[in-house]
Ligand binder design. Structure first.
Ligand SMILES: NC(=O)c1ccc[n+]([C@@H]2O[C@H](COP(=O)([O-])OP(=O)(O)OC[C@H]3O[C@@H](n4cnc5c(N)ncnc54)[C@H](OP(=O)(O)O)[C@@H]3O)[C@@H](O)[C@H]2O)c1
Length: 294
């Protein structure tokens, strides 16, 4: 029978494990704090930030949303980030992407102090990850790693095929899983639009990770029977039966692939909740490291 990897349950487990660390910090007078910069009124971004703030509140992490108008200038945005870098209440800062048109998300990411970069996307932290010295690991990739390890699919010794090579997901995930380290040590193949025959690679995967951004791009015949399939994709698909007019779908044709895979993550309820959980882990780690420096 196909194993459904429950990201909600595993994320709850990760969050519960933080309780002791947060209590220890609070006993020392430190409340971990996260600032989320939200520019403009993109409903999806606002909803992600609300979800993160709610998760922080539940965990006992202080969270503040720093709202900026869509008309904010790049210089003003960078100045806001600089203020947060200097604010000791916040151990973690995220700039919710995408930013409204005209604003440079890459520059905003680089403006976050590396020790507060709880998205793990600053070039400094990505460099540490590459060297196998990562501390603040990018949240979605490390969430995928935790999903695998905690559901009995340790990547060690496996052939992992990742479809997608973005700076946000595919590239850091490949780096994470190829490290000579616990929960990694995989042989990793990364596919992208320059890959001539995607299915020829995906069929070789013991673990297949889809991070493409196209609904149902991975179909049953692309999957080796028994493989573990992690679907990172979150796509809005028109659906007149839904109040919102759309539903969320992954990059994997869930019904078809579930019939051949040994294990699979649903969307929603797979990689998504793990991203939030790992953001909390990073915020607590950043607070612990700041407390040591203090
Ligand atoms: N669960 C979460 O928390 C979470 C977090 C982040 C992202 N996501 C979701 O994950 C998906 C990917 O996000 P992203 O930010 O990585 O997207 P992205 O920046 O658009 O990158 C997509 C990657 O997929 C590759 N690709 C696109 N079509 C392909 C095809 N037909 N065959 C092979 N490769 C193909 C692209 O190749 P090229 O490089 O050649 O263009 C690119 O490397 C999206 O659905 C996004 O919403 C989920």
């Amino acid at each position: 029978m196909t194993q459904i990897i429950d990201g909600v349950a595993i994320a709850a487990e990760v969050r519960a494990e933080l309780a002791g660390r947060i209590a220890t910090l609070k006993a020392r007078g430190v409340t971990p704090g996260l600032a989320a910069v939200l520019a403009g009124d993109n409903p999806a971004s606002a909803s992600y930030v609300r979800g993160k703030a709610r998760a922080c509140a539940e965990a006992g992490i202080f969270a503040e949303t720093v709202r900026c108008p869509a008309s904010i200038s790049q210089d003003e945005l960078l100045a806001r980030v600089a203020e947060l870098n200097a604010d000791p209440r916040f151990h973690g800062i995220i700039v919710q992407l995408p930013l409204p048109g005209g604003l440079d998300g890459e520059a905003a990411t680089r403006a976050v102090a590396p020790e507060k970069d709880v998205d793990g996307l600053h070039p400094y932290n990505l460099g540490l990850l590459l060297r196998g010295e990562g501390v603040l690991l990018p949240a979605t990739p490390s969430g995928v790693q935790q999903l695998l390890v905690r559901s009995g699919h340790d990547p060690a010794g496996k052939h992992v095929v990742i479809a997608g090579r973005s700076n946000l997901v595919g590239k850091p995930l490949a780096n994470l899983l190829m490290q000579k380290a616990r929960g990694a040590n995989a042989t990793v193949t990364v596919c992208h639009t320059g890959t001539p025959d995607l299915a020829a690679y995906t069929r070789q995967a013991d673990i297949l990770i889809a991070a493409i951004g196209r609904p149902a791009a991975i179909t049953a015949e692309m999957v080796r029977p028994g493989a573990a399939v992690i679907d990172v994709g979150i796509n809005r698909v028109e659906d007149a039966t839904k109040k919102a007019g759309y539903r969320l779908a992954g990059d994997v044709d869930y019904a078809g692939v579930a019939a051949v895979a040994g294990a699979i993550t649903p969307v929603p309820g797979g990689a998504g909740p793990m991203t939030v959980a790992m953001l909390l882990v990073n915020t607590v780690t950043a607070a612990e490291r700041a407390a040591v420096r203090a």
